[in-house]
Structures are given as structure tokens and as C-alpha cells.
Design a protein around this ligand. Structure first.
Ligand code: PLP
Length: 222
């Protein structure tokens, strides 16, 4: 596989030329511990995993200099296994999950509410029109700090379709932020993956989540 450092530097330059301060999360779900260590050594601070097993395995091996993001669906019964190891949760999408976090977390957890902007049935996330009410309800949970909104764009090539999804998430994020709810500063947007991170960055992403284009996949033929 290609060394991570030059690829990382290219992507970082691309992002910096759009706007300073966009956070790059390296999604390591398709690689092992060694390749993940290479990402940290290349200077990447934010690491993302979508399964509790993968997160725990890598968390045990890598802690110094890394911030861990849980980006996948989280079953309530798995909350206790990971919640005190992660820095950010990107997939808060239901009250039962919030309740379990409240019960298990030892400290305040920075969470993104996942929004199903494209309304695909296969996708998890709360619907855009339900997002404000959902976030308002979260004020009862003092272990949850809503730092932003997250979405996954549909798997299409049409740039205009992608752009619209990112614009809609950004508008919703600003709408929440304007309410100035103490439990929901909601200043961030987590959007953009390997195929669409530049569009997401242009539309205001503050966190992009990149796996294949940065870290690669170890199951892929060399
Ligand atoms: C896998 C994954 C990514 C990264 O996808 P790539 O296309 O490999 O960049 C980003 N976000 C989530 C939620 C994922 O599950």
C-alpha cells in the first residue's frame, strides 16, 4: 500500500486551500493496527472506527496523540464497552441511545446528531424535520454535549445532489446553533468521505471522514 504521509499532506493541502481548520478524520476501519499506527506517525490526530470491536482493538494499541471518533451505528448494549474510550460520537440518532450514554458515561461526551438528509430508507439518522425537537429533548441528559450534526451523502456521482445534501446539513446546523441551547452549541458539521470530501469542505464541513482515499483497505488487492 502507498505510504500514508504524502497522501495525507496532499489532502491536507487541498482542504487548507478551501478553508483553514477543517479537521481530517482518518477512517481506519478497513486496516489493522500497524497501518493505523502509520497514520498517527504521519501526524494524523483524529481516527475513526465504525465498529466497537475495531475501536477497542486499536484503542488498546494506540492512545497517545490520538483522538477517537466512533462513526458507525451504535447498539445500545455496546455503549458501555466504548463510551469512555472515545472523544466523539458521530451517530447519536435516538433517545434510547442518549439514555444509555447518560447512564454509562463517566464524563460529558461530545456528540454529533446523525441526520438522514437524503431520506434514504437504508440510512440511519434522524429526519431533518425532526432534528430540532430531538436535540431540544436531549437537554435532560447532562452527559451529552451536542457539538454538531453528521450526515452520510448518498452513493451517487451527481455533484449537485451531493452539494445539496451538504448545504442542507449546514443550514440545519446553523439553525440549531442560533438557538444557543447550552447543551447544544452545535458549531460543527461532520460530512464528506473519500468520494465527496472536497464538495463537503466547500459547503462548510468542519470534520471530513476519509478512509479509502487516505488509509486504503487491506482487503483490497495490492
Ligand atoms: C467507512 C466510513 C467512512 C469513510 O468512507 P471512505 O469512502 O472509505 O472514505 C466515513 N464515514 C462513515 C460513517 C463510514 O462508515
Amino acid at each position: 500500500m502507498k505510504p500514508i504521509k504524502p497522501v495525507y499532506e496532499n489532502i491536507k493541502n487541498e482542504l487548507d486551500s478551501i478553508r483553514e481548520g477543517i479537521n481530517l478524520i482518518a477512517v481506519t476501519k478497513q486496516v489493522g493496527v500497524e497501518r493505523t499506527k502509520e497514520a498517527v506517525e504521519a501526524g494524523i490526530e483524529h481516527l475513526g472506527e465504525n465498529r466497537p470491536e475495531g475501536l477497542l482493538k486499536k484503542f488498546e494499541a494506540i492512545q497517545d496523540g490520538a483522538k477517537w471518533h466512533f462513526i458507525g451505528n451504535l447498539q445500545s448494549r455496546k455503549v458501555k464497552d466504548i463510551i469512555n474510550h472515545i472523544d466523539y460520537l458521530h451517530s447519536l440518532d435516538r433517545l434510547s441511545l442518549a439514555k444509555e450514554i447518560q447512564k454509562r458515561a463517566d464524563r460529558v461526551i461530545d456528540c454529533f446528531v446523525q441526520v438522514n438528509v437524503s431520506k434514504e430508507e437504508s440510512k440511519s439518522g434522524i429526519l431533518p424535520e425532526e432534528t430540532l425537537d430531538f436535540i431540544k429533548t436531549l437537554e435532560q441528559y447532562d452527559k451529552i454535549n451536542i457539538i454538531g450534526l453528521m450526515t452520510m451523502a448518498p452513493n451517487v456521482e451527481d455533484e449537485e445532489v451531493l452539494r445539496k445534501v451538504f448545504q442542507d446539513l449546514k443550514a440545519l446546523q446553523l439553525d440549531v446553533a442560533e438557538r444557543e441551547w447550552p447543551h447544544a452549541p452545535c458549531t460543527e458539521t461532520s460530512m464528506g468521505m473519500s468520494n465527496d470530501y472536497l464538495i463537503a469542505a466547500q459547503e462548510g464541513a468542519t470534520f471530513v471522514r476519509i478512509g479509502t482515499a487516505l488509509i486504503g483497505s487491506e482487503s483490497e488487492a495490492e
